[in-house]
Design a binder for this molecule. Structure first.
Ligand code: AMP
Ligand code: ZN
Length: 474
């Protein structure tokens, strides 16, 4: 069964068919000037779930996600602190990676940084100047001329005639800010001439010293790693205009190939308790904020993925509590089935880390179908819970559920509270289990197996998690 999503470009649901043997997807990554918030993570998690679902359907995926490590914000904040830009952004990039790992997100195949691709960006800007789609201004900046690109507006549906009259703003200036409002459509900066507030952050170019505009990095890096045309491009809905519209204009004008991207995948924003998330309202949460309140990474991932990607997600603390009980219910259902099948949790985890799903004829087929149908995660979760009471020791069903856990990135091993561990584990058993864990960590699998057997002979079962194990009466 193929996976379909709603394509913003064609305004319809379409099956995702790769152009080559690999599905090539590019997602706009974080601007690394502070910790990412849970809204950012909603978008990145939806993209992670799409990639995992594609992999489960048997498709090989190349996933590129950039790091924006130079823009107005990163420069401003690093200068405020008096730290070199690269040092400042590295710190926030590392923090982003830590959070992504904790949320069980797959690392992208390539994660290019904007500052390491200045040459590629300059190449593209030069090409656009040469072929008449861009022009240099007196201050050493280069602008894309939107009136030169006939299809400008095809993604967001913006009115082209209206825009053409506003190529320059009311003061007769072209637009220099990285982000601008829908009302202020104008030619946008591909290259920004050096300004005093840029400090030491500038590079040489044919138009003098300066730095790239924000939009060009995605066009240049997607072209480098995925080619002139590729399959899918993703981002939060706020990026549809102007960022993605500008990317299309740049890429298609530079290469002459259209469409540069066949499927555009946008996710709706996250709201908090019904309100827009903002620092001033005191409702802007990072992953750490929620962990401090005692929630686990798995619960947070589950809650952030529990709504449909095309609808705004209303994040609430009740939603996190619901995630906690849903995960406990899942663990319990799986635990019981494994016992009946004579499998241990390690066997199940193997399914949950293998992307090849076989769902046909299993009780989880409806859940899989829901995922394939416009990545309908809430419906898939509903179908999983509807089927769970029917889950006995049937290995095919267990395996299908393992693959669904892979697609959703639900790591039940990371949920130690999900197992009801007997308090009175005999000392001998607990010692053997500890020795086994050490052997396993040292990759001495023969001893680990032997020790597990001895624990089992004493009437106990070891359940492995990511960072430890639990012991349960057999
Ligand atoms: P940024 O680091 O600001 O470039 O944003 C990274 C990603 O998060 C982009 O795809 C944005 O569209 C997305 N994003 C920003 N705010 C939210 C939000 N409240 N809900 C969902 N996604 C968001
Ligand atoms: Zn981008």
């Amino acid at each position: 069964m193929s996976v379909s999503i709603y394509n913003t470009l064609t305004r319809q649901k379409e099956a995702l068919v790769p152009e080559t043997d690999t599905f090539r997807m590019y997602c706009c990554g974080p601007t690394v000037y502070g910790p990412a918030h849970i809204g950012n993570f909603r978008t990145f998690l939806v993209q992670d779930a799409l990639r995992r679902t594609l992999e489960c359907s048997g498709v090989k995926v190349a996933h590129v996600r950039n790091i924006t490590d130079v823009d107005d914000k990163t420069i401003r904040e690093s200068r405020k602190l008096g730290i070199p830009l690269a040092e400042f952004t590295k710190k926030w990039e590392d923090k982003f990676h830590l959070d992504c790992d904790r949320l069980n997100m797959l690392r992208p195949t390539v994660e290019p940084r904007a500052t390491e691709h200045i040459a590629e960006q300059l190449d593209m800007v030069s090409k656009l100047v040469e072929n008449g789609h861009a022009y240099a201004a007196k201050d050493g900046s280069v602008y894309f001329k939107i009136s030169s690109f006939e299809n400008y507006g095809k993604l967001s549906g913006i009115d082209r005639e209206h825009m053409a009259t506003q190529a320059l703003n009311s003061a007769g200036e072209a637009n220099v800010a990285d982000e601008y409002e829908r009302e202020n459509v104008s030619d946008f900066a591909l290259w920004k001439g050096r300004k005093p507030e840029d400090g030491e952050n500038f590079w040489k170019s044919p138009w003098g010293e300066g730095r790239p505009g924000w939009h060009i990095e995605c066009s240049a890096m997607s072209k480098k790693y995925l080619g002139d045309t590729f399959d899918l491009h993703g981002g939060g809905i706020d990026l549809c205009f102007p960022h993605h519209e500008n990317e299309i204009a740049q890429s298609e004008s530079a290469t002459g190939k259209s469409p540069c991207v066949r499927y555009w995948f946008h996710s709706a924003h996250l709201m908090v308790e019904g309100q827009k998330m903002s620092k001033s309202l005191g409702n802007l949460y990072t992953l750490d904020d929620l962990l401090k309140r005692g929630y686990t990474c798995a619960q947070i991932r589950y809650a952030l993925l529990s709504g449909h990607y095309r609808q705004q997600l209303n994040f609430t603390f009740k939603g996190l509590d619901d995630a906690k009980s849903a995960l406990a219910k899942l663990s319990k259902g799986i635990g019981g089935a494994l016992e009946r099948a004579g499998m241990d949790f390690g066997d199940f985890q193997k399914e949950a880390v293998s992307p090849l799903g076989r769902f046909g004829g299993t009780i989880f087929e409806p859940a899989w179908n829901a995922l394939c149908d416009d990545l309908n995660i809430p419906r898939a979760l509903g179908e999983i819970f509807a089927a769970l009471p029917k889950l006995d020791g049937n290995r095919r069903d267990i395996s299908a559920l393992g693959s669904l856990m892979y697609a959703l990135g639900i790591d039940l091993g990371g949920e130690p509270q999900a197992y009801e561990t007997e308090a009175d584990v005999p000392e001998e058993v607990s010692k053997l289990a500890q020795m086994r864990w050490e052997a396993k960590k040292n990759r001495d699998f023969a001893s680990a197996d032997e020790l597990r057997k001895r624990v089992s002979e004493l009437g106990w079962t070891i359940l492995d998690g990511k960072d430890g194990f639990k012991i349960k009466k057999s």
